[in-house]
Design a protein around this ligand. Structure first.
Ligand code: ARG
Length: 459
């Protein structure tokens, strides 16, 4: 297929250069958006009297026919076309003749590609937001079920303080809530129409940009025609949102990998999400988690690639920008694929409550609570801290936990200790008392659950 810009004379073409220049393999997936934008543009040209009603009608029915045939698999997008815009225009002209050649009046592929891409990514954001909402709901369900399941909380990967499994899961739900919100903000800047900016300098025809923008569901039109065709901020912003989603999924995957190891053994996953080893019969490898962790680098790579592609481009459009779509499409696909498996995997997650509780009992996770106890009995917190540090050292030396140490022995460290200390270091009461907003007490968890539920349900 001839490129739109090729002269009618037969010229020696270098097939390798032609292939190198083409983007059809990547951008053909925007055919729906391309045709929606062309239909809006043709309707506007007709309405403004720039093309005749007759031509406008021929274009509309021609495009509708092409779209239906591609959708049904009756028309194959020609892989020899330069790009999807070329293919659609050439196919249209083949069908309706000169009217097809009028479609590109007052338009350039530069505003066309920017329009198509924004439309495509707007749909992608809607899909990703739905997927995040589902993940948040699944996390909320699990968190509700485990709002009293004692779990060791860590800092520095050292057992630190008791939390509940629900509290821990809700921490991830909060990350995904921010991701959801970020996508919404990106969508707002994405939803601006470049159409009608032409190659860079607008057009001499009396076009109506607001009309095409409203047909295509854009919030408004881009203010400056040079910026409109040169801008790929929206793509970089989206890749940055996607990178953050991957970072969150990857941290979660990493924790699951740890918890699934024999060393931790806190959780189990449905067999659908682990694989066996070809040689070691005992193995259950967390492949899905590892792949999610592994694919994170790929999405970060796309972000850095697009930032780098854009960083020294003189205004306005440069062909370098054709590289944007591969990065963006793969970024969107990767995150969407990860969410598609991650969410049901989380739904299948089972906690070994006894193991988790044992781990929460073992590592002096209630030491802070014991210090708080002494503080309630009148010692300044720093003094309480030092007393409890000595108690913990003593217990480690004598292989005891805080609740096994007799009151007599406690009195050796401070006379403020009384029999009620044991109640205050019971894990359940430690959790109950951590009722500060955002904390692990059942009441605090209920507030967090309500927040996630409402964010996940919001349109
Ligand atoms: N395939 C091109 C791209 O993806 C379309 C825009 C081409 N514009 C141009 N002036 N060559 O960026």
């Amino acid at each position: 297929m001839k490129a739109l810009w090729e002269s009618t004379r037969e010229e020696a073409a270098d097939p390798a250069a032609k292939r190198f220049n083409a983007s059809i393999q990547i951008d053909s997936r925007m055919y729906r958006q391309d045709m929606a934008a062309s239909r809006a543009h043709a309707a506007m040209l007709t309405r403004q009297g720039i093309i005749s009603e007759e031509d406008g009608h021929a274009i509309e029915t021609g495009l509708a026919g092409i779209l239906a045939e591609i959708d049904q698999g009756d028309l194959r997008i020609d892989p020899a076309a330069e790009d999807i815009h070329t293919f659609v225009e050439t196919e249209l002209t083949r069908r309706i003749g000169d009217a097809g050649k009028r479609l590109h009046t007052a338009r350039s592929r530069n505003d066309q590609v920017a329009t198509d891409l924004r439309l495509y990514l707007r749909d992608a954001v809607d899909l990703l937001q739905d997927q995040l909402r589902t993940l948040m709901s699944v996390l909320a369900d699990q968190a509700e079920q485990h709002d009293k399941t004692i779990f060791p909380g860590y800092t520095h990967l050292q057992r630190a303080q008791p939390v509940t499994f629900g509290h821990h899961l809700l921490a991830y739900a909060m990350m995904f809530q921010r991701d959801l919100e970020r996508l919404g903000e990106t969508r707002r800047r994405l939803n601006v129409s470049p159409l009608g900016s032409g190659a860079l300098a607008g057009t001499t025809y009396p076009i109506d940009r607001a009309f095409t923008a409203s047909i295509l569901g854009f919030e408004r039109t881009a203010e400056n025609s040079i910026d409109a065709v040169a801008d790929r901020d929206f793509g970089i912003e989206l890749l940055s949102d996607l990178s953050l989603i991957m970072m969150h999924l990857s941290r979660f995957a990493e924790e699951l990998i740890l918890w699934l190891s024999r060393e931790f053994s806190f959780v189990r996953l449905d067999d659908a999400y682990t694989t066996g080893s070809s040689i070691m019969p005992q193995k259950k490898n967390p492949d899905i988690c590892e792949l999610v962790r592994g694919k994170t680098g790929r999405v970060y790579g796309h972000l850095v690639a697009l930032l780098t592609t854009m960083k020294a481009l003189p205004l306005a459009y440069n062909k370098d920008m054709q590289e944007d779509k591969e990065a963006l499409f793969d970024g969107v696909d990767t995150v969407s694929d990860c969410l598609t498996v991650f969410t049901p995997m989380i739904r299948s997650l089972k906690v070994d409550q006894a193991k988790a509780k044992q781990a929460a009992k073992d590592g002096f996770l209630n030491a802070t609570d014991l210090a708080d106890y002494l503080t309630r009995k009148g010692l300044p917190f720093r003094t309480s801290y030092h007393v409890v540090r000595d108690v913990v050292r003593y217990c480690i030396d004598h292989d005891l936990t805080l609740d096994q140490l007799p009151l007599d022995a406690y009195h050796g460290f401070s006379d403020r200790f009384e029999a009620d200390l044991y109640e205050s270091i019971r894990l359940e009461s430690c959790l109950e008392r951590r009722a500060s907003a955002g904390g692990p007490s059942p009441d605090s968890i209920a507030v967090q659950l309500a927040f996630i539920r409402s964010a996940a349900g919001a349109p």
